[in-house]
Design a protein around this ligand. Structure first.
Ligand SMILES: NC(=O)c1ccc[n+]([C@@H]2O[C@H](COP(=O)([O-])OP(=O)(O)OC[C@H]3O[C@@H](n4cnc5c(N)ncnc54)[C@H](OP(=O)(O)O)[C@@H]3O)[C@@H](O)[C@H]2O)c1
Length: 382
């Protein structure tokens, strides 16, 4: 078995999906923070859909590990989902077997049923009625286990819950929900009281992946839930974001699921009419998971806690990051003209812009007396 990866000299790793939310965090940490040689070809250079792309790429580059954080859009058709999420992912596993290197596969809580304290082994049965996305992820997990037993694959499955963090440039998943709060298109709460979910901090994923690459004996052939220890109530997150932004909506009223479902059906009819007159408008693909807003899904982090991995930032959870996320995404969405300008003073966590607006003298006095230090330190280059 491969004995793992150390950082004593530059190691070459390949990350597929490096332009995405999760892959981007992995590339940043491995390359910038830990000094690895990382290749992260985009899907134009190496498409998982094209076996020849994979073959050619790995003929020119022989990495010491492969991390797969790629996925097609949630609403992709069955063929594209199957070709990329499943066949492409397994082709990468075949490369890993041929090269005798570890393969880290990023999977999803979509392979699990609703419920609480779900263990790694609590996967759904593989049936036709799963979404294309869930089916492809589950088939990958099952095939990887098969390849481990039959062909000696050295892999680890890292199963993520709802991922939050900066740099989701496609506005997907949690950030889609966040967007609908910011742009005021959520009138009330599309959930019910007491519905908790697990969440994953995108910035912590690289620390775990780094650790499992360095400890192959412990982590090879294993699946781990990589989630924050405490599940969070969906309505609480929505209302916290609303309160930070000092918005009136969404109102603290729960929309019953049948009402939400009828509303979505109605919107679909309207969109069909709009599309017929040549305007391209679509519902966000996350709408297909509306049932999940009304059902709890909390993942057990016990196996993770019992492992040798230590959370580098145990105090950081989704609530501690909300001010940062607001600052980052609202600025970005304003610049992209996706939302009208919002007065950022309301959610400036240190209230500096509020003081700048209303009490500049007091602010300047605090800065000059070094009570506040908003500046960066610069050193003369050596
Ligand atoms: N985000 C979440 O809430 C969440 C939750 C649970 C699990 N996950 C898992 O985390 C992983 C990453 O998700 P994400 O949110 O980071 O996705 P994302 O932001 O949509 O990024 C997807 C990545 O996949 C790449 N990709 C798409 N089609 C490809 C192809 N044919 N060949 C090669 N690369 C291709 C994209 O590259 P290009 O930009 O070059 O096309 C992009 O870098 C996925 O496995 C997903 O299942 C995510």
């Amino acid at each position: 078995m491969n004995q793992g990866v150390t950082t004593s000299k530059k190691k070459l790793g390949i990350i597929i999906g490096g332009s995405g939310l999760v892959g981007g965090a992995l590339v940043y940490y491995f390359q910038k923070k830990w000094g690895y040689d990382i290749l992260a070809p985009n899907s134009k250079k190496l498409s998982l859909r094209e076996p020849d792309d994979i073959k050619e790429y790995f003929q020119s580059h022989q990495p010491e590990f492969i991390i797969n954080a790629a996925m097609v859009a949630l609403d992709s058709n069955p063929k594209l989902t199957f070709d990329v999420n499943y066949v492409g992912s397994i082709n990468l596993a075949k490369v890993a077997i041929a090269l005798g290197i570890p393969y880290i596969f990023i999977s999803s809580a979509a392979v699990l049923p609703p419920g609480e304290d779900l263990k790694e082994t609590d996967t759904l049965p593989l049936t036709a009625n799963l979404s294309n996305y869930a089916k492809s992820k589950l088939m990958c997990e099952l095939t990887l286990e098969h390849l481990r037993k039959t062909e000696g694959l050295d892999h680890t499955v890292v199963r993520l819950a709802i991922v939050y963090g900066k740099h989701d440039h496609k506005i997907q998943g949690f950030h889609r929900l966040f967007f609908s709060i910011v742009d005021q298109s959520m009138p009330a709460l599309p959930t019910q009281k007491g519905v908790y979910h697990s969440y994953t901090n995108s910035k912590k994923i690289p620390y775990f992946v780094h650790h499992i690459l360095q400890n192959r004996d412990e982590f090879s052939g294993q699946t781990y839930h990589f989630v924050d220890p405490e599940p969070v109530e969906l309505s609480r997150i929505i209302l916290t974001i609303r309160n930070y932004l000092m918005l009136k909506r969404p109102m603290a009223i729960y929309i019953p699921l049948p009402v939400a479902t009828i509303g979505i059906k109605f919107l679909r009819v309207i969109l069909k009419i709009i599309n017929k007159i040549g305007i391209d408008a679509r519902l966000p693909p996350e709408i297909m998971f509306i049932d999940n807003f009304y059902q709890p899904q909390t993942l057990s982090g016990q196996k993770l806690q019992d492992s040798s991995f230590t959370d580098p930032y145990p105090e950081r959870d989704i609530f501690s990051l909300i001010p940062d996320l607001i600052q980052y995404y609202v600025t970005r969405w304003e610049q992209m003209n996706l939302i009208p300008p919002i007065n950022k003073c309301f959610f400036d966590p240190e209230k500096l812009s509020e003081d700048f607006l209303d009490e500049p003298q007091k602010l300047l006095a605090s800065i000059l007396s070094k009570k506040i230090e908003p500046f960066s330190n610069f050193e003369k280059p050596t």
